[in-house]
Design a protein around this ligand. Structure first.
Ligand SMILES: NC(=O)c1ccc[n+]([C@@H]2O[C@H](COP(=O)([O-])OP(=O)(O)OC[C@H]3O[C@@H](n4cnc5c(N)ncnc54)[C@H](O)[C@@H]3O)[C@@H](O)[C@H]2O)c1
Length: 277
């Protein structure tokens, strides 16, 4: 996607951080933008910061866990701007903890937002993008945490690996309709993500190891890339039709390390099979 004039985008998690920056970048490129978020107050403030409701900008309260609500938001976007071309399934939360100690309601909460929220967006918007035959674009926000793992973050990694796999899987099929797919996989970006775990449903306290890991993560997010730079990078990589969008030179070797580790495991199994015919 290169030309945003007369194009309409729907962005979730638009009240804060990366989602807000994506909305701003899209508006600057001339797109119409529907901002969606579950945080009513945050959304109101974010909308005002971008100039308030206009012919090019609107907002809707939407919890991405609720498939019907995302469908309603899709209908509203089409009704407001006539057509819809771009969906950015970006809303997400963090959840950490030690295996065996993570409340299952918290597990379901993060899966419902980070994975099902993305699925709801794709299912609701794809038919509307196909309708006008002008093509479109889907950006699903995963993370570098969808390509490598760290300790004490199993729910977050599980959902982000799922979003990477899901995005890779839908891309070839949607390309036949001129709908591009990218998976946004950033490392640290300045945002409020470090506080998002506070909204988890259970009141379970976290252990000291998880607490230290989260403290470290919060520091890295605080010193991360500006969300506006990531948004500009995202649009540039969409113009190139890139499947994965990365942002951090320091994390680059981790991709090769993972490929090496997978190759070693594969070769070990092949060696055993060859020796045990
Ligand atoms: N900040 C980083 O370092 C980083 C790195 C990699 C990936 N990400 C991913 O980027 C995405 C955006 O996060 P961010 O860093 O901007 O954090 P953020 O907390 O600043 O923004 C997330 C937004 O999502 C909204 N949201 C949460 N639950 C929702 C729901 N159920 N329905 C609708 N909206 C909901 C929040 O209200 C918030 O406005 C997330 O998917 C996150 O996992 C962030």
């Amino acid at each position: 996607m290169k030309d945003y004039k007369n194009k309409t985008a729907f962005v979730t998690g638009a009240a804060s951080g990366i989602g807000y920056a994506l909305c701003e970048a899209l508006l600057n490129k001339g797109a119409n933008v529907m901002m969606a978020d579950v945080d009513a107050q945050g959304l109101e403030k974010a909308l005002a910061k971008l100039g308030g409701t206009s012919n090019h900008l609107a907002s809707t309260l939407c919890d991405v866990r609720d498939g019907a609500a995302v469908m309603d938001a899709a209908t509203l976007t089409q009704k407001t701007f006539g057509k819809v071309h771009i969906v950015m399934n970006n809303a997400g939360v963090g959840l950490a903890g030690r295996s065996g100690e993570i409340d299952l309601t918290d597990w379901r909460w993060i899966v419902d937002i980070n994975l099902m929220g993305v699925v709801h967006g794709v299912e609701a918007f794809t038919p509307l993008i196909k309708l006008h035959d002008e093509g479109g674009y889907i950006v699903n926000t995963a993370s570098m945490a969808g390509h490598m793992t760290t300790e004490y973050m199993p729910p977050y990694h599980a959902t982000k690996y799922a979003v990477v796999g899901y995005s890779e899987s839908i891309a070839p099929e949607l390309s036949k309709y001129n709908i591009g797919v990218s998976c946004l996989c950033p490392t640290w970006v300045k945002s409020n993500i470090a506080n998002s775990g506070n909204s988890k449903p259970s009141t379970n306290n976290i252990d000291s190891d998880t607490f230290s890991a989260l403290k470290h993560t919060a520091e890295l997010v605080k010193n991360g890339m500006d969300a506006s730079r990531l948004a500009d990078l995202t649009l540039a990589m969409m113009a190139q039709g890139r499947m994965h969008i990365f942002n951090d030179s320091e994390a680059r070797p981790l991709i090769d390390e993972r490929a090496k580790m997978l190759g070693a495991d594969y070769d070990a199994a092949l060696a055993w099979l060859a020796d045990n015919k």
